[in-house]
Write a protein that binds this ligand. Structure first.
Ligand code: FPP
Length: 246
């Protein structure tokens, strides 16, 4: 029996975030170039997106390219950007069929023009879909996102539009890229690394963290279901005592 049948569909995390890691090591283990791992990582993306939609997860946010990833060899950066373009091109039909709404967060202006154009076109085309919201974090840095939010708020204070006394957690969150989605309740990282790597630092304040040794190209929907099953067996206390939450 797969994990799908073990999940309580009435207690799903509304938002699952994933740090897709291990493409390079997966390829190296097979004596191939790192890019081969990224290509196979796309198959995992496809399967996990379908799986998330199938059980009714509402938001799936994938760490696809960090601001730090620009420092990789230019050959690899170019290959990932091209992969992104060709994947969006190939998958748009499937996204429409599956009622998936595509979204992106990060410093998108840093992306090559063609990539940005393709991405924005797909976001526009899927904007009327009402199923899973699939967010790609691209050229994303959580610290930068928070600095940007702080700057926006400071500008409003300077212009006399905002009283510093009215700066609340809610107002801060409204100035983040993720203002239109709930915080993730579950964060998954593959490949055995136990780090957050500058991903959604504000938003994961109360998220359950799930680490698996599987490398991203080996991760499939049943692994997602296993992570959700694990999440459903944790006690989320939000600072209270066990007696209080039960
Ligand atoms: C991490 O593995 C993966 C990336 C930085 C790129 C993720 C990109 C994809 C899965 C393909 C494109 C995705 C979409 C949505 C079209 P790594 O390279 O850091 O692996 P390593 O830690 O083993 O070196």
């Amino acid at each position: 029996m797969g994990y799908k049948d073990k999940i309580d569909l009435t207690r799903l995390p509304e938002h699952v975030a994933i740090i897709m890691d291990g493409n390079g090591r997966w390829a190296k283990g097979k004596g191939k170039l790192r890019v081969f791992g990224h290509h196979n990582g796309v198959l995992s993306v496809r399967d996990v997106v379908e799986g998330a939609g199938e059980i009714g997860v509402k938001y799936l946010t994938l760490y696809t390219f960090s601001s730090e990833n620009w420092n990789r060899p230019s050959f690899e950066v170019t290959a990932i950007m091209e992969l992104l373009i060709s994947t969006i091109n190939k998958e748009i039909k499937k996204l429409m069929e599956n009622n998936v709404r595509l979204n992106a967060i990060g410093d998108l202006d840093m992306l090559p023009g063609k990539c940005n154009k393709e991405l924005k076109g797909a976001i526009e085309r899927t904007s009327g879909n009402t199923g899973l919201v699939l967010t790609l974090a691209l050229s994303y840095s959580s610290r930068r996102e928070m600095v940007q939010a702080t700057r926006n708020i400071a500008l409003k204070v300077k212009a006399g539009e905002l009283d510093p006394a009215d700066i609340t957690e809610e107002l801060f969150a409204q100035n983040l890229y993720t203002h239109n989605m709930p915080d993730p309740e579950l964060l998954i990282r593959t490949s055995g690394e136990h780090r957050i790597s500058n991903y959604l630092l504000w938003q994961i304040a109360y998220a359950e963290l799930y680490f698996t040794n599987k490398l991203w190209p080996d991760f499939r929907r049943d692994d997602l279901f296993e992570a959700i099953y694990d999440y459903q067996h944790r006690e989320r206390r939000f600072g209270m005592t066990s007696e209080q939450v039960n």
